[in-house]
Design a protein around this ligand. Sequence first.
Ligand SMILES: [Zn+2]
Length: 363
Amino acid sequence: MCPIDYFPTDYADGRAKFRTAAEQAGAELGTYDAGARGPDGTALTTDVALLGSRDAPHLFLCNSATHGVEGFCGSGIFSGFLDSGEMARLPSNVRVVLIHALNCHGFAWLRRVTEENVDLNRNFVDHTKNHPKNTEYAKLHPAILPDNWDDKTVAKSTQKLEAYASKTSLYKLQSVLTGGQYDHPDGIFYGGREPTRAHERFLDIVENHVVGAEHVLFLDWHTGLGTYGTGELLGMTRPGSAHGDRVSKWFSHGLETPAEGQATSAPLTGTIGSGLRRHLANSNTEVTSLTVEFGTYPVREVLMPLIADNWLHAKGDPDSNLGRAIKGQIRRALYPDEADWKELVWVRGRQIMRRGVAGLGEL
Ligand SMILES: [Zn+2]
């Protein structure tokens, strides 16, 4: 198959491609029913493919669609990796678990968030403790969620956000908006007050497939930050710790691996990687955890569709002309759906997957 064709047109197409490629690669398939439906009425599931010997001590765990609509990317890469025969060359000490569409609701509905309007990658805080405060976000919330969405209100909101960026910096604005907030359930990047259903589904998958492994390499696949089509690995990448040394050894050559503080992402709370670490903290499983980010468009062009989509589901009608226009904007912002972008993402994605397998194989 041409690599461009690995990338799906929608959630259902991605699921079908993934399951077909997994079956042809000899994978064992598992299905987790999300108990929800897509816009066309189809039942939504998270699908899991297992490859390699169940006894293999080292596990390569890849997850897609933590941020729903960003799932096109991981879906295409996973299906491509399965379809192109890469899995036939697994080292005997490595097994692979691929999670297709963890936040299947967001993928199907073209939303970044879950059915609870929660950013799943801010939801893995310890909910028994006080939730983090983001007081700067509270100041900007009225501009994030105007009563109406028309030229006048959009211009007013944009002006307020631009004024904040001018007074501080664009990176500061990005940090305040995207870092995570826990006080505005109708806002953006809301981390929630309890585990979401997709959060619980992830922990079920971890219980079923990760617990007992000697080493797990976890890659969580995202889009929307960085240079168009470029893959960046985010996390504890600096050499000097056991984790950083491994990441450097496995991924440094030929891949962008920024040190902390230099990455395109703002500091985040409650990420899924932190949730995995906490869940395995009292086990003997060693964890290497990274986020893979593929760039799409500049920050402003990505943020505004997210703000518009949040307004649409809080106060608008998704089944209207305006609703369909906003859906087109958020889809494009996080999935350019252009042959050039898909080619770049495929080549980089395959490199990252190959390196992950090889790194674990050398342990
Ligand atoms: Zn993301």
